[in-house]
Write a protein that binds this ligand. Structure first.
Ligand code: MG
Length: 349
């Protein structure tokens, strides 16, 4: 795109979004050029046409597409912000299909009056997350809504990736006897948001686990194990994810509560707010269902990666007509881990 001359550059320190930034005219073009394109710059984005044409690929495999809307509040939280969250959330959904993410798109709905400094910070975070993952943002869109008609900024991202031949992952493939693995502690993201919202402070601050999981997935797939399903337990938490898989596959599950890692500060915050960490969102964790015979070597591969250091086997799939997820509690009893009822934590991702 040839650089255009504007009357004056965007005031990224004190300026604010106004309706003209979304009107499709000169102000919008300036916003795109001086803020979005400046940080996200790449060959595809630079084409400046109605759609991005990706370079010719030599891959063999099938295309995976996933999309996710992000409405998290607050926009900035310990360990991340809506920008990197919007990148990780979609990249992880692509990765859970066993696919190598190739490209991302991002759509922004911004409220009139939103500080340009905050938008700049968010786009810098998107750029850093996309660069770290090696997945460019190749197309995007910006719309502005009137003051009071939005809440700062909402971001929708879409990701595409390539799943290699032979990788067949689905929540419908769990079978009796399969092992259930978890990559690390649960509840970190949800409680980082909640403790910020509720102004809770703990000796050890709770930090979101938001992270891109594809490298961990690639290390796991390289073991050649017989994987059935990978899933990132985001909104609704581990309990909801396992219930979804149980229903899809028509099986039951038995978990061991003592094996499920929960950080002390997360456990304390959950107890204080009356929440169960099993239902709290994660943004950098994954659940694996696989043939039990492969569990130990996949655990070893996971623990060798920084995002899987605490990986553990948390349970087993069994045949069960009601498709219940059950758990042996730390007290030695047994309870049903039901679906999440209602919306426990709104605006978490
Ligand atoms: Mg997911």
């Amino acid at each position: 795109m040839p650089r255009q001359a504007y009357v004056r550059p965007l005031d990224l320190k004190h300026g604010r979004i106004d309706l003209s930034h979304g009107a499709g005219g000169r102000a919008g073009a300036q916003l795109v050029e001086e803020l979005f394109a400046r940080h996200l710059d790449n060959e595809c984005l630079r084409q400046g046409d109605d759609g991005a044409v990706l370079p010719e690929q030599s891959f063999v495999g099938r295309i995976v597409v996933s999309t996710d809307c992000h409405v998290v509040s607050p926009l900035f939280f310990p360990g991340g912000d809506i920008g990197c969250l919007a990148v990780h959330g979609t990249l992880n959904d692509v990765a859970m299909m066993g696919a190598r993410p190739l490209a991302l798109t991002a759509g922004f709905i911004i409220e009139e009056g939103f500080p340009l400094a905050d938008l700049d910070r968010i786009v810098v975070s998107i750029a850093a997350a996309s660069r770290a993952a090696g997945v460019p943002v190749v197309a995007g869109d910006t719309k502005v809504v009137e003051r009071g008609k939005g809440d700062g900024v909402f971001i929708t991202t879409t990701g595409i990736g390539i799943v290699p031949p032979g990788v067949e992952l689905s929540g419908a493939r769990a079978r009796p006897g399969d092992a259930i693995l978890l990559s690390g502690s649960i509840g970190d993201h949800g409680m980082a948001i909640m403790s910020q919202r509720e102004n809770l402070s703990f000796e050890a601050p709770i930090v979101s686990d938001t992270a891109a999981l594809y490298e961990l997935v690639a290390a796991m797939l390289a073991t050649g194990a017989d994987f059935r399903c990978l899933r990132d337990p985001t909104r609704g938490g581990l309990a909801t994810t396992l219930n979804e898989i149980s229903r899809q596959s028509g099986v039951g599950m038995m978990l061991d509560e003592a094996k499920i890692p929960v950080k002390p500060a997360v456990a304390a915050a959950c107890e204080f707010l009356g929440l169960d960490p099993l239902y709290v969102a994660n943004e950098g964790k994954l659940v694996v269902i696989l043939a039990a015979v492969d569990a130990e070597r996949v655990l070893a591969a996971m623990r060798a990666h920084p995002l899987g250091r605490e990986a553990v086997r948390i349970g087993t799939v069994h045949a069960e007509e009601h498709h219940f997820v059950q758990m042996i509690t730390c007290m030695g009893g047994r309870r049903i881990v039901d679906w999440l009822m209602g919306e426990q934590l709104p605006r978490i991702c």
